[in-house]
Design a protein around this ligand. Structure first.
Ligand SMILES: Cc1cc2nc3c(=O)[nH]c(=O)nc-3n(C[C@H](O)[C@H](O)[C@H](O)COP(=O)(O)O)c2cc1C
Length: 203
């Protein structure tokens, strides 16, 4: 494994390479339903999270944190999902409630990326939130570089008060995303992408 840079160590300003370009050019999320085992082991996961945390962060606020769900914790959290869903949709059929309970069982590892804003800080809230979004994308790239497939998901439970409270989120915290990580059971197909001429202009 590569050694983490020491504080103040000189680092390359760029990392040109066909491999990196290919990964970025062809990167694709794998829907959670198509994820399976294995997931990253503890060491690989730690490395992936360390890479994910290496995002641009104006004035070094670290406006994010991680919550890892693996093994039995996924099933334990499933009970929270079940109760929250059943409370919101009391008429829902059992089959649907079971499906909601099993959401986290779709992948061996799920990481909640929490946006943790410091409102009193000089760095605008918007910038702090953007950093947390960058963490999610970095985590997808780190997973891919480690040979894992992943998807960034929010679904309904990222916004559910009961779920948010069970996760112990603070007043200035929000879920930036749940990153599902595993091994693709099937390779994803390319999806439609932006028409570049429609989103590029010159000033
Ligand atoms: C903040 C955020 C939340 C998302 N939530 C969901 C979701 O709940 N369900 C879903 O199917 N895709 C969701 N997506 C989209 C997927 O992560 C992914 O972008 C999509 O499957 C397209 O794949 P791609 O990454 O290859 O472009 C979300 C994306 C973002 C940025």
């Amino acid at each position: 494994m590569l050694k983490l840079p020491e504080l103040g160590e000189a680092l390359p300003a760029a990392h040109p390479g066909a491999h990196a370009i290919e990964m970025l050019w062809r990167r694709r999320s794998t829907p959670a339903d198509f994820l399976g085992s294995p997931g990253p082991d503890e060491k690989a996961l730690r490395t992936m999270l360390t890479i994910a945390a290496r995002v641009p962060d104006h004035r070094r606020v670290t406006p994010f944190r991680f919550v890892i769900f693996e093994g039995d914790a996924r099933a334990r959290f499933g009970k929270v999902l079940r109760n929250a869903f059943a409370a919101n949709e009391p008429e829902a059929e059992d089959q649907r409630v079971d499906c909601e309970q099993n959401r986290f069982m779709r992948a061996p590892v799920v990481i909640a990326v929490i946006s943790s804003v410091s409102p009193a800080h000089r760095t605008p809230e918007w910038e702090q939130i953007l950093s947390a979004g960058a963490v999610c994308q970095n985590l997808l790239l780190a997973a891919s570089a480690h040979g894992f497939a992943a998807q960034w998901i929010t679904e309904w439970y990222a916004y559910d008060e009961q779920v948010i409270s069970a996760l112990g989120l603070g007043e200035n915290e929000r879920i930036a995303g749940f990153i599902y990580v595993g091994t693709a059971k099937e390779d994803p197909l390319e999806r439609a992408r932006p028409i570049m001429d429609a989103i590029i202009s010159r000033y």
